[in-house]
Write a protein that binds this ligand. Sequence first.
Ligand SMILES: *[C@@H]1O[C@H](CO)[C@@H](O)[C@H](O)[C@H]1NC(C)=O
Ligand SMILES: *[C@@H]1O[C@H](CO)[C@@H](O)[C@H](O)[C@H]1NC(C)=O
Ligand SMILES: *[C@@H]1O[C@H](CO)[C@@H](O)[C@H](O)[C@H]1NC(C)=O
Ligand SMILES: *[C@@H]1O[C@H](CO)[C@@H](O)[C@H](O)[C@H]1NC(C)=O
Ligand SMILES: *[C@@H]1O[C@H](CO)[C@@H](O)[C@H](O)[C@H]1NC(C)=O
Ligand SMILES: *[C@@H]1O[C@H](CO)[C@@H](O)[C@H](O)[C@H]1NC(C)=O
Length: 387
Amino acid sequence: MRIILIATLISLAFANERRDDDFFSNFEEVTSPPPESLGAVPKCGEEEQKDKFMCVPYFNCDPSSNTIVDNPIVDGSNTIRPRTRPFECDHYLQICCRIPNGTTLPLELVPTINLDFQLECGIKKSETVNSSENSHEANFGEFPWMVAILNSSKETDSILICGGSLISPVVVLTAAHCVRDLKPQEIKIRAGEWNIQTINEKISHQEKEVSKIIVHKYHLRSTLYNDIALLILNSSLSKVENIGSICLPSSREDYDPTDCFVTGWGNVHGQEYFSNILKKIPLSLVSNNDCQNALRTKLGNEFILDHSFICAEGESGADACSGDGGGPLICSDSSNRNRFYQVGIVSWGVGCEEDLIPGVYTNVTEFKNWIEVKLRELGYNSTTFTP
Ligand SMILES: *[C@@H]1O[C@H](CO)[C@@H](O)[C@H](O)[C@H]1NC(C)=O
Ligand SMILES: *[C@@H]1O[C@H](CO)[C@@H](O)[C@H](O)[C@H]1NC(C)=O
Ligand SMILES: *[C@@H]1O[C@H](CO)[C@@H](O)[C@H](O)[C@H]1NC(C)=O
Ligand SMILES: *[C@@H]1O[C@H](CO)[C@@H](O)[C@H](O)[C@H]1NC(C)=O
Ligand SMILES: *[C@@H]1O[C@H](CO)[C@@H](O)[C@H](O)[C@H]1NC(C)=O
Ligand SMILES: *[C@@H]1O[C@H](CO)[C@@H](O)[C@H](O)[C@H]1NC(C)=O
């Protein structure tokens, strides 16, 4: 606090010096400082400040010590004071801030969670406008945690790579196989999407860039064991009614295994095109033993289903399909039909809608702890996905 105060006093002193020049003091209010001051203050992170200071978003600078914090406090105590240190950073929402001792550069800064974001997880929106007669099509905004992971290339027009789900306004849960070979800048995510071919929805979607991809360390490419990954967005999604987060279960008791859905834009009925409107397919969970037996009819009697997987199947053999990868398998809360938990992540299957062969999903409950540890390392807690 003292540093800011001193800086404020200094800038006040500057202002006082020019009190006689009305134009100049007004000028200083709204734009960058007059050029004569530039020589006095080194640019942030250069010369004697090298490796000691850097420009960071204002919320990452603790005002009392003027030191970078990567787990920012967002109670308003560190609101931006653009005029206090006007010389050193190019962007007015950044502050020249001390790099903590013993920190290895470059620093990873994570976005703050937008506190306006709807914090109640897993509430399926009951929609007043029915999308169509087709019961496999979701209604607009019905699954507010559903996101599309898209190719960020400017040349291609938003090609769908995989599905994912929001567990907070800055974190997407998806499958490792979707993103394991990609760099953050190669993808972007779109939240609040419904019909991927139109932008005329009631509330428009929000797109975010990805700043970090966290793939499970023991994900196995050949067998898809531990098929789980997190995407950290480069800034927080904002609150609108078609965007929200899904809850994560702590145990088998949390959800009803007979009332589940998988959602995605994957291809319909084995056809070669992606569905435009988000699909929802009702499913029930299948025990791992039954699932393993069913898979053995195709994969041979030696096949063993790893415990990192969980299985589900639809009544009419409806199943997730290619393009649905990474998307959520959700089941209703056993004590509240309106709330959903994400129980699985679409991982793999034997063909699409093959008769009586269940689809295979990452067992999310098994990785709840992994998710919490990874997020804690970044300074996020589990409030956004806990009912
Ligand atoms: C960081 O290092 C500087 C210079 O080496 C020293 O003056 C300062 O006390 C150190 N701060 C902490 C918190 O250790
Ligand atoms: C939506 O569909 C349900 C069931 O099919 C029906 O009861 C309801 O009236 C429909 N709502 C609208 C706004 O059309
Ligand atoms: C995105 O599209 C570009 C251009 O078509 C292509 O070169 C690139 O491989 C795609 N990236 C991914 C991750 O699919
Ligand atoms: C997000 O990434 C874009 C492009 O890399 C960058 O221009 C923008 O400043 C980033 N936003 C934040 C909040 O870091
Ligand atoms: C999924 O993981 C949870 C937690 O480890 C475990 O209790 C449960 O039995 C697993 N489910 C299946 C179907 O293996
Ligand atoms: C979790 O983090 C949010 C801000 O990111 C904060 O408001 C909330 O108090 C935290 N909850 C717990 C239990 O620490």
